[in-house]
Design a binder for this molecule. Sequence first.
Ligand SMILES: Nc1ncnc2c1ncn2[C@@H]1O[C@H](COP(=O)(O)OP(=O)(O)OP(=O)(O)O)[C@@H](O)[C@H]1O
Ligand SMILES: [Zn+2]
Ligand SMILES: [Zn+2]
Length: 797
Amino acid sequence: MQIAKVIVDVPTMQTDRPFDYLIPEALEDTIQPGMRVWVGFGKGSRKLMGMVIGLADHAEFDGELKPILAILDAAPVLDPELLKLSKWLADTTFAFWITCVQTMLPAQLKAAADKWVHPLTPAGHALIPSAQALDDLPEAALAPVLKAVQHGDLEVKYRLHDRAKVKTVAHIVPDKTEAEYAEIKQTLNGNAKQQAHLLDLLTQWHHQNLTPAIPDVKNEIPRAQITAAVKKGWLHLVEQEVYRDPYPQMQGQALTKPLALTVDQQQVVDQVTQAVDDHDPQTFLLEGVTGSGKTEVYLQIIAQALQQGQTALMLVPEIALTPQMVKRVRGRFGERVAVLHSGLSSGEKFDEWRRIERHEAQVVVGARSAVFAPLTNIGVFIIDEEHESSYKQADAPRYHARDVVLHRAQTMHAPVVLGSATPSLESRARAEKGVYTKLVLPKRINQQPMPPVHLIDMRQAYQAGGRDGFSKPLLDALQQRLDRHEQSVLLLNKRGFSSFVMCRECGYKVQCPNCDISLTLHMDSHSLKCHYCGHEEPIPTTCPNCGSKKIRYYGTGTEKVAASLNQLLPQARVLRMDVDTTRKKGSHARLLKQFGNHEADILLGTQMIAKGLDFPDVTLVGVINADTALGLPDFRAGERTFQLLTQVSGRAGRADKPGEVFIQTFNPEHYAIQYATKQDYEGFFYAEMAIRHRGDYPPYFFTMKLTVSHPDEAQAAKAIYSLAAQLNAVLSDSARVLGPTPGAIARLKKRYYYQMVIKYKREPQLNAALAKILDETQASVKNGFQVAIDPEPQSFM
Ligand SMILES: Nc1ncnc2c1ncn2[C@@H]1O[C@H](COP(=O)(O)OP(=O)(O)OP(=O)(O)O)[C@@H](O)[C@H]1O
Ligand SMILES: [Zn+2]
Ligand SMILES: [Zn+2]
């Protein structure tokens, strides 16, 4: 007896384990772990998708076994390494195993089941003459149909539809010999020019053994002629599978040559390629200032892995997946590169995924979820801008791509390169301890100095001739660039937009008396709240620091800034780049292209312009408001601000013209702004570490966030307090519990949220206690509870 162990597509605690299924004889030799199957499950034998995770020759379950109904894949869609990874992911992120499997597969492989109603009795037949999808029924018909189901007149069945659609294109196959085509041509009358032309082409294709695709010849031959020719038996058509290429314009382009490396770059490449050669799973932290040529270093390391017959996985933040980055990687390695990011259609993603799975692509560049790319034999892993918080997924499974990379690298015995001009505190601290090997690129390419940064104290800006949020020096600098036909980048910091209160006079922000963190504005309750400890106070009308009445919500929008620019510098051509102007597919790329072509003088944007851009004629960077992120109730606020300012400053003066940066701030003394001004990452690192140490924050402590929600506020509150008590019973004295407090958005989609954060160093019992909590609350899902456990959260709101 052959048994398949299957996890089924029911994400609940009770079902979060493999179930035994009987393999029908016909499938015995075909079925393998990593294949999707179709099985019946539970009472009423609802039909579901499942994933085979193992085979066995006897069942552990002693009841009657259900059979596997069908296999959905001809070959496994998860190889043994990825299958194992899915289990590890489930265990480390407190997520259901099947949820992890789904996350690892392209959306098109998430087979969906539709409910169909079938008539059973004449009464049922009168209502529904033939089987119909429940979703297609008009709303008014629903109630009588469901009643008929209860009555036994109709029956609900599940029907699978697999969304994995392969795209095909018709190809022309010439059916006759050259002599036969010549003979036919003789019989044509003189006016049949198109037919004669087609016969010539067919003769030629036959001779060259070609089967061209119809879209490729559509300019030469009208489709109607081809159809007619099929009828006459001159040719026949075959459907052949094609890939949807997200970057067709790059097809057939000549590949770029590796650049001659600088001494510093060469040293980095040598060290990493040595580890690639040695299959040494070391982690390197590449700390390279902006414009130091990290990308070229990555490319040459990847080349070495390919040289060895291995593959390479490179992650970049979604936002940095600009055509610029894709162009660089695809420009070097051509069609051996697969690109995966959220800008692709699901069909394109599926095709890129299949090219990887079939070993047709050996280099993968992608955003967070590309970490699950089905590459085998990976020789090197690269994470660019490793400090980016977008590498952490906020929903289940709440994984950090960096952790997944480190895990896969261990399995594959391959080195990892974490690159950034501003590494995360966590990674830099590990390098300090010798867990990672630190590599540095201290200088820019071309002996360019780092651009000088001018700090502008906005508390005095208006006395000094500033207008509409622009200081005089920044306006003058912009004007200068216009005169010299150089370009400028302006950053409007939207993080923490309007969510806090600040004094326009002295820059004071209201802080929590217990936590050293800014209070968040809650318009619904007209109060300021601390999301760590729950402290709450009214919104002040005068500044507690200087008594001024100019204390207000802080923030402006890009639209408004663009309008001001129009008034202040009427001759400037401004391109606006924010969520509104980049919503449409391809608009991000189009705007950058316009800017690259000098169709604008100023690129005004939010965070999305801060990193990765490499435009040689940008000689000025202006930051309109450096402070907004400082107000966020997050212990990483300083780190994020430092990173953002350093990254955006790095866009200036990258080629032969020197650059200059202006940062406008109400907090010129703030340490994060001071270190960013000096572009002193190391200085910032030590200062920030001291603060983290004092506050028992990461990287000294780990953090775990627990969130409970319920439609009834009292229930949610009661639940979180009881969970807090449960956890406090197992936690040691060195752990710190923050909260419970209401969530930042206390009520969301009609549910009330309560949360608590645990900071801890070593708590051997914590994971088991959390697993138990999940288990127990799952049993109460029916009562409306939801629990989320987030290890190392990137957001505390
Ligand atoms: N060895 C080299 N010789 C000549 N030019 C180089 C070399 N290496 C890199 N460059 C060029 O230097 C510029 C900056 O490099 P790159 O964009 O890779 O920097 P980076 O370190 O990734 O910067 P950032 O962190 O700011 O994105 C690019 O235009 C790149 O083509
Ligand atoms: Zn004040
Ligand atoms: Zn507090």
